[in-house]
Design a protein around this ligand. Structure first.
Ligand code: ARG
Length: 416
């Protein structure tokens, strides 16, 4: 009988040596890999930071629009916090910081912020100490102007899931800030994913028909004229996402509420609510827009943005991808000038666009949002695409339903 391996007692065969070496290297590699992964590779860390102020009592969460009363304070805190971290030793690790809630506390308010950093796990303890120290210093410096209760600061690490859930439930927050630079759904440009997460596509019998804005987990605001002779809920579906044919989410419609005084001839009270069958679960791509306070006022030349899947020009093609256009508020008086819309614009409508033409909304954009960012870049729904004379024509700006005029009507129907 043949007996193999007689010599193997003195030296291993080559294949075995190679195998063992490879095995050892693999284990070593894996260990180093895991160590690097767990200790040296950067990860995101989320914190909740809170402190108390005395004097003024606020009661606001980011799920609803902040009142104009608290905006200056929140803006100031956010700016100072940003600067403090940017100019600190952890500027490289700093990602963002925002105010999330202002809640009543003792004789004042509890301010809750959310902070995001990115660093390797090995730095967890030292980062925490540094962040706390920076916040403490910041509050000390602003103690007088914000009425800070020193010593009330608390920093808690929170999970990514909780942090994201919180932001997703806020109103008016974009995922990607994509405006500011563009100018010119006539002369617009393609929207980035998550830039306008409240924008919905209203499809009638499976075809793109109108736009709408998500204002609550079960409610959308749109234009009444979208539903003229098309008021059967079952014929409608609501899609979210930037590409018409590839929605992230599709929802069924339970009910359509058209304003009682809507008149198709004069286009007044061109507003409708769409109630969904099921609640939407907010994600980074599907979020609600903030509603403005009834007293909010816009001025001539304020910058606003209109978005939609409407035609690229009068009787033109549909784009398929969500378009955005920066337009300017035009005062009703100017808009009603004899050479412009000659008195057809009522107090419950607003004009936006350019007297020179340029950018405008167009057919099939109807019902869609006209939105305005406050000083903190939180977006508010100020208009609903309603009507126009052609699209993008000289002296014929787009006309929108003025949302502030219907604030009470919306509240009475939805509780929002
Ligand atoms: N009524 C149009 C629609 O059904 C919207 C027109 C908006 N026109 C404008 N020039 N801004 O889609």
């Amino acid at each position: 009988m043949y007996r193999p391996g007689v010599s193997s007692r003195r030296s291993f065969p080559v294949w075995m040596v190679v195998l063992i070496t490879l095995g050892v290297m693999a284990i070593l590699g894996l260990t180093i890999g895991l160590l690097v992964h767990f200790l040296a590779i950067e990860r995101y860390y989320y914190y909740q930071g809170s402190f108390h102020i005395s004097g003024v009592t606020y009661n606001e969460t980011c799920e609803n629009a902040a009142s104009q009363a608290s905006t200056p304070l929140s803006k100031d805190i956010e700016t100072q916090m940003f600067n403090a971290f940017q100019n600190s030793s952890v500027y490289k690790e700093y990602i963002s910081s925002h105010i999330i809630k202002l809640l009543p506390y003792a004789n004042g308010s509890n301010i809750q912020t959310q902070l995001i950093f990115r660093f390797p796990p090995a730095k967890r303890e030292s980062m925490r100490t540094k962040i706390e120290a920076i916040l403490h210093q910041l509050l000390k410096e602003n103690m007088a102007s914000w009425n800070v209760v020193l010593g009330s600061i608390k920093l808690t690490e929170i999970s990514k899931t909780n942090a994201e859930k919180f932001t997703n439930n806020c109103c008016g927050r974009q995922l990607t800030n994509s405006i500011k630079a563009d100018n010119r759904i006539v002369n617009g440009k393609r929207a980035l994913e998550g830039a306008w997460p409240w924008q919905a596509d209203l499809q009638w019998k499976g075809k793109q028909h109108c736009g709408a804005s998500l204002i609550g987990s079960k409610w959308l605001l749109s234009a009444a004229h979208c539903f003229a002779k098309k008021n059967n809920s079952e014929d409608w579906t609501v899609n979210f996402g930037t590409i018409v044919n590839k929605p992230y989410l599709t929802q069924k419609v339970q009910n359509i509420i058209i304003h009682d005084n809507y008149s198709s001839s004069a286009f007044h009270d061109d507003i409708a609510l769409v109630q969904l069958e099921k609640e939407v679960v907010f994600t980074k791509y599907v979020r609600k827009i903030c509603l403005p306070e009834a007293k909010m006022q816009l001025k001539e030349n304020d910058s606003v943005v209109v978005t939609g899947w409407g035609t690229l020009y009068m009787n033109g093609p549909l784009p398929g991808t969500l378009q955005q256009a920066l337009v300017k508020i035009i005062d009703n008086k100017n808009c009603n000038a004899p050479y412009a819309l000659a008195g057809m614009v009522t107090d419950t409508m607003l004009c936006a666009g350019f007297m020179s033409g340029e950018s405008d909304s167009c057919q099939n954009d109807s019902g869609g949002p006209l939105v305005y960012p406050d000083s903190r870049d939180i977006w508010h729904l100020v208009g609903i695409v309603s009507w126009g004379k052609g699209c993008g024509q000289k002296n014929k700006p787009g006309v929108y339903t003025r949302v502030t005029s219907y604030r009470d009507w919306i509240a009475s129907k939805t509780g929002i």
